[in-house]
Write a protein that binds this ligand. Structure first.
Ligand code: ZN
Length: 429
């Protein structure tokens, strides 16, 4: 389908960052065909009136666990180890594949409704996130969370095989791509990480891992391996493969140097780190060292939403505050992390409204308090908008939400179903 967004204010790249400018955007199939002038012989199937609307590149959520929406507000105000090992993991053991599918659907709806058009998932249930992404129309990079001891660990090998089968099962889905995700260095032993790394190299998959999230993770790594988690993975050759590392909170200057040199993509999860009491990532140092910074929400169990407007805002605010420097991370920087840098990290041709990019665009309603008066719409996206302004979302050239209504799925059925699942998980009828 060919779509024309006429007379719309759009967030476009400028020499020194971004600008909000009135223009026309032409979408042909899954691609932005032109911005500004009408392409020759362009047959319009649908026109969207852009008056009082703001077209923004879809945000890219670079770290989440979509099935975990089922645990939203279920285990709050707990220390990290109590949260993960005593509350979240036992709940995960009770989930069926179908439960995970409905949980992932809820997350996809939540992301679309707050302007996210692509996400990187770490999951535990083969094909379920992928199906939810296909059913809602969102773009996704899928990675199976992997844990194990070594290459002879039957369960660990089974998980790797499932990840490979999933990529094979879903290879016809053009909005999906895949990574391998050794969960963390404290849930994967050395032999197993080496096995996953070998598989990634052989099958050409990027890697996704939780890295240096807690002080304890770093302390244990120093005791066990005599090295920080970053140094340890580097020594194993992990970063020879393209990697998205989530969290990156407790890093030494040497760690940051390694990450910059090896082009490791750091997915910041500021709200999750705050909520679990894990601290702040050294964002300014990473930024100055040239590490590609992108943003993730983590799951609803530790955020408790998948709204990148919030995480962009926190990214800018925290590092202004902790560095006592109001210029540390600007609105431009935070927006770039959530769009272009995310696209680079995930290897997708999106993240900006430009000719030739994938047509992944959110259309926001400008007649909202957060955009009025229209002083600086770029700042407004990071400092005053909250996601409720998102009206219509186009992903891969398809309108997946129009006038706040999901077009490919019955969202009320999803809300009903996840509430039923929660009752079941808690042992009710
Ligand atoms: Zn995570």
């Amino acid at each position: 389908m060919n779509i024309a967004l006429k007379n719309i204010t759009a967030l476009l790249k400028s020499e020194n960052g971004y600008k909000a400018e009135k223009t026309d955007i032409y979408i042909e199939g899954d691609t932005i065909k032109a911005v500004g002038k009408t392409p020759e012989n362009f047959k319009i199937d649908k026109t969207i009136d852009g008056n009082d609307k703001f077209a923004v590149p879809g945000f890219i959520n670079c770290h989440t666990h979509t099935y975990m929406s089922l645990f939203r507000n279920l285990a709050d105000d707990l220390f990290f180890d109590d949260w993960l090992f005593k509350n979240i993991m036992p709940m995960e053991d009770k989930l069926s594949n179908e439960d995970a599918y409905w949980g992932a659907l809820l997350s996809c709806i939540e992301m679309i409704k707050t302007g996210t058009t692509c996400f990187l998932d770490m999951h535990m249930f083969k094909n379920q996130t992928a199906k939810a992404a296909v059913d809602t129309g969102i773009r996704a990079v899928i990675s199976r969370g992997l844990t194990g001891r070594d290459r002879n660990d039957k369960d660990g090998v089974k998980r790797v095989n499932e990840a490979l089968e999933e990529a094979e099962d879903m290879k016809g889905s053009k909005r999906l791509s895949f990574m391998l995700a050794p969960h963390a260095i404290y849930t994967c032993d050395t032999g197993y990480i080496e096995f996953v790394l070998e598989t990634a190299k052989k099958k050409n998959f990027p890697l996704h891992i939780h890295l240096s999230e807690t002080r304890k993770e770093v302390k244990d790594s120093l005791e066990k391996y005599g090295m920080s988690p970053v140094e340890y993975l580097d020594k194993l050759g992990f970063f020879d493969v393209k990697t998205v590392a989530a969290h990156c909170v407790h890093l030494s200057d040497e760690d940051i140097e390694i990450m910059a040199k090896k082009n490791v993509n750091a997915a910041l999860n500021p709200i999750s780190n705050l909520k679990l009491g894990n601290g702040f990532a050294p964002v300014l140092k990473m930024f100055k060292s040239g590490v590609n910074l992108c943003i993730g929400t983590d799951s609803q169990a530790s955020n408790n939403n998948l709204n990148l407007f919030s995480d962009m805002n926190y990214t800018a605010m925290i590092h202004k505050g902790t560095n006592e420097d109001a210029l540390a991370i600007s609105a431009f920087d935070a927006l770039k992390f959530a769009t272009e840098n995310g696209a680079n990290a995930l290897g997708i041709n999106a993240g900006s409204i430009e000719e030739g990019k994938k047509a992944d665009i959110s259309i926001l309603n400008l007649n909202c308090p957060s955009f009025c008066p229209k002083n600086n719409l770029v700042s407004a996206l990071v400092y005053s908008a909250n996601g409720s302004e998102v009206d219509t979302v186009i992903i891969d050239g398809n309108i997946v939400m129009e006038n706040k209504k999901m077009t490919m799925i019955d969202e009320n059925e999803v809300y009903k179903k996840v509430n039923e699942i929660l009752i079941k998980l808690k042992g009710g009828k």
